[in-house]
Design a protein around this ligand. Sequence first.
Ligand code: PML
Ligand code: MG
Length: 263
Amino acid sequence: MNLYSIKMRGSKEHNHISGAESIVSEKDLQNAVSVLIKRALTHSKGKSDFINIKIEEVKKEELKYIDPLYVTTLNTKNKKESYEFLYNNLLKLNINSKNAIYIIDLFKSIKNMRGAVLLDVNNLKRLEKDKLRGIRATYMDFEDSKVDMLDKQYECTDNLNKNEKLLQNTHFIEALCLSSKVCNAPNIIGEMCCSDDKNYTTGYIASKKFGYIRVKHMKDIGEDRGGRIFLYDPTIDSKYTLEDTIKYLENTKVIVKDKVIFK
Ligand code: PML
Ligand code: MG
């Protein structure tokens, strides 16, 4: 049966509201489209007045299969602890202290972008052609697409253990999928994210080195900032160009295997 990529983006008065995507088989296509439309109309940031849905056939031979990053949750008590942790993890990625401080300040200032900041961690240059839009990592899904979950946000039942509950959390599942793809891109050494949902304060820092670390208290409830930085270091492997990295992030079709490992 044919496979299709579906990408949805919704906006209101030209401001980004919601973006989501899935790769599903033909039999699941209609259901997936209706779930994504509902998402654009019921997002906490508002009801989209413009919804763009793009559906493309994907050839099985084009798919690249990757493992998900392993997952840890850090229970910080407040924002200060969370940002100290981020800073220390930037150092673990061999970013110097001055650059780590700059990156955290930049991270705190991001708002309303459809995509992510792509940042050279050595010279601190932003590499996105369109700085308002950013670079959008797309064409990825879990092996067993989780699109139906977008319909059931936070419907966790009490008889599930902590990790099982997490696997029902749309924010987490979508972010783990995206981040597993991003951290596999050539010369991307890591990613940091703070949700742009004003009711969701958990974010993460991720890399192949230490996996996907969920970090609580990235912001206070009600703050409408949020976004992502893809940390780029071109000295890791000089056979890849910046264009190779962007092409991978934006166009390579990636399926993340379903075995999520909690540490
Ligand atoms: C987003 O809202 O786009 C990002 C969600 C971050 C998820 C963090 C987590 O719970 O693991
Ligand atoms: Mg979001």
